[in-house]
Design a protein around this ligand. Sequence first.
Ligand SMILES: Nc1ncnc2c1ncn2[C@@H]1O[C@H](COP(=O)(O)OP(=O)(O)OP(=O)(O)O)[C@@H](O)[C@H]1O
Ligand SMILES: [Mg+2]
Length: 380
Amino acid sequence: MTTKNKPNERGRRGRAGTAQPGAHRSKRKPAEQALRRYRQILHLFVENSPAAIAMLDREMNYIIASRRYLSDYELGEQNLIGRSHYEVFPEIPERWKEIHRRCLAGAIEKADEDPFPRKDGKLDWVRWEIRPWHETNGEIGGIILFSEVITERKLAQEELRLSRDRLAELSRRLVEAHESERRAIGRELHDQIGQMLTALKLTIEIAMQLPPEQALRKAAQEKELVEDLLARVSALSLELRPPMLDDLGLIPALLWHVNRFQEQSRIEVDFKHSGVEGKRFPPEIETTAYRIVQESLTNAARHAGATRVRLEVQRRDGWMEIQIEDDGAGFDVESALAKNRGLGGMRERVQLVGGTFQIESEPGKGTRELIRLPIREETQ
Ligand SMILES: Nc1ncnc2c1ncn2[C@@H]1O[C@H](COP(=O)(O)OP(=O)(O)OP(=O)(O)O)[C@@H](O)[C@H]1O
Ligand SMILES: [Mg+2]
């Protein structure tokens, strides 16, 4: 290829134009030797510089390019000298060609981040500065291109921004979940406990106006109401957070919950566990595991019409695996998750502790969930 040979001529002869390839070193004039040495040093300096630098002539042909330039633009080991910049990068946009023309006319231009769509379809981001270089006679001999491919940094920034957004969204939802929980407790207090207390107050008021014998009979009713109230308050507080989860750990709390669930729902739960008995895990893992089982059992009772649920909690390597399977109606998972209620919250909880969440269901085919929570740091 003729273009390949030109560069060497240009590179060697260059602006001095007097190199004699065959000539013996000692015969050269000292000035010429000095110039040659100077040029060698310049080449070494540019080639080895830890920055992507290229020097081009007025026709936009390469005079020199640093190794970093070749590697940053994934040009391999090819020799660029003498080749046209636009042949090496056919994807260079017209916008950049205009910039080159302006710089060849004397301008200095730069950009902190500029998109560079590559010919393979990839989008690179580049920080660059272009300035003209001058011949000894003062004329512009071409341009110098300093550039840095910042694609990775840009992607990392983008990733950071996305995860910040996700985090903000997550905390917004957590606040929302917190509020709706409070609303539910408020409703329970107002509708159930409040009503029972009102009834109790009325009964006491009536009793106070009755003769002692009848008042005593009313007291029996009052006692019943108070017992109901106590039961409701303790159910409410257990519902909020069973103390055995803190005091005894996950498995006893689950056993208690499963028993209560079976009694209330008449759904049979086949609960198996292995490798987790008598062990304690970080509180957020125990809470997450407990809430997941709670939500899944509630869903199986509320939506599935299931008759049996299989629940298995086992330890596998550094993970706690929870499998929940019901024989109920099944459902369309995608659209259910989009509602962002119980299941969505469950998935978020799992992600928050670094676990994985899989759910398989089809109308008419029951539901299977597999949740894996990391338990590398066992606390006891
Ligand atoms: N095990 C299941 N079997 C059949 N359908 C289910 C099951 N689990 C969930 N679904 C369906 O998916 C939907 C979403 O469930 P999700 O738990 O997210 O919300 P929810 O139970 O309706 O409300 P919340 O959990 O906030 O009280 C349910 O309304 C139901 O239609
Ligand atoms: Mg639910």
